[in-house]
Design a protein around this ligand. Structure first.
Ligand SMILES: Nc1ncnc2c1ncn2[C@@H]1O[C@H](COP(=O)(O)OP(=O)(O)OP(=O)(O)O)[C@@H](O)[C@H]1O
Ligand SMILES: [Mg+2]
Length: 251
């Protein structure tokens, strides 16, 4: 059943960030997309839906500020506002942490639609970061989203899995599905080991809205919990801003 068809509304402002293969850079991208949009004056909420394998708190440098998480909200242990954590260094960036354990029947598509419906009154954009692959948490998150970004890498294994996820999301009723190709190493592209943009576009029907280079400073930013907007690499910031602009044209 298409649960979106049963919902009262469709969430135009909710962006799902997902992937086929693991470790492609979903959480890195979610955090930096959020930071970019917040620094453009948008009120942004990041939701970590990678329950059990959560990393977003670390990449934001906020691991010591987490008291309540999304499961606490769903189970009524705390009210919604107690689980909204303002991110240091940004005026309008908030996040909701994942629980350390996976698996609770309460994270249903209907409950995610209701949660995002309430949150959409307070935020311009809600970015949901999921784990890799297809599971019930991705499906629940997808139910609340209108747009999906699949973060992939320039190699055939990642692209094949990305295409499988794209098809799955379209089956769930998300028609606005695009790809960001991350970890592009130009030396390996020139050596013919990684795929170039043309080959990528030839092997997928999902639109590619941007490429992100493989860069030591991106890795350092996640390891130190300092989003790129708080750093000095103007070239990478500008690249993420361009991708954000393609994703949200008015942004
Ligand atoms: N463009 C890049 N350049 C260099 N390092 C990167 C880049 N993108 C991501 N990384 C690094 O790769 C690692 C995995 O990134 P990340 O955690 O965002 O992936 P993920 O898709 O969220 O993983 P998972 O599937 O486990 O949720 C991190 O250490 C991150 O710093
Ligand atoms: Mg992740």
């Amino acid at each position: 059943m298409d649960v979106r068809a049963t919902g009262v509304f469709v969430m135009e402002k909710v962006i799902l960030v997902t992937s086929g293969k693991g470790g492609t850079g979903k959480t890195m991208f979610s955090v930096n997309l959020g930071g970019t949009l917040a620094n453009c004056g948008r009120r942004v909420l990041l939701i970590d839906m990678d329950l059990g394998m959560r990393n977003m708190d670390l990449y934001l440098g906020m691991e010591n500020k987490v008291v309540f998480n999304i499961m606490d909200v769903m189970t009524g242990i705390c009210g919604l506002n107690k689980a909204l954590i303002k991110v240091d260094g940004f005026d309008s960036l908030y996040f909701m942490a994942a629980s350390p354990r996976k698996g609770d029947a309460r994270l249903t598509p209907q409950n995610m639609i209701a949660l995002c419906g309430t949150l959409s009154k307070y935020f311009d954009h809600i970015i949901i970061d999921t784990g890799a692959g297809i599971d019930e948490l991705v499906d629940a998150s997808a139910a609340a989203a209108e747009t999906a970004v699949i973060v992939t890498e320039p190699e055939i294994a990642a692209l094949r899995d990305a295409d499988t996820v794209a098809a799955h999301l379209r089956d769930l009723g998300i028609y606005d599905v695009c790809m960001v190709v991350n970890n592009v190493d130009m030396d390996l592209v020139k050596a013919g080991i990684l795929m170039d943009v043309e080959s990528i576009m030839n092997c997928t029907s999902t639109p590619v809205i941007g490429l992100i280079q493989s860069d030591r400073d991106i890795r350092i930013s996640t390891c130190t919990g300092k989003p790129l907007e708080r750093g000095k690499r103007e070239d990478i910031k500008s690249n993420i801003r361009t991708i954000a602009g393609r994703l949200i044209p008015e942004g």
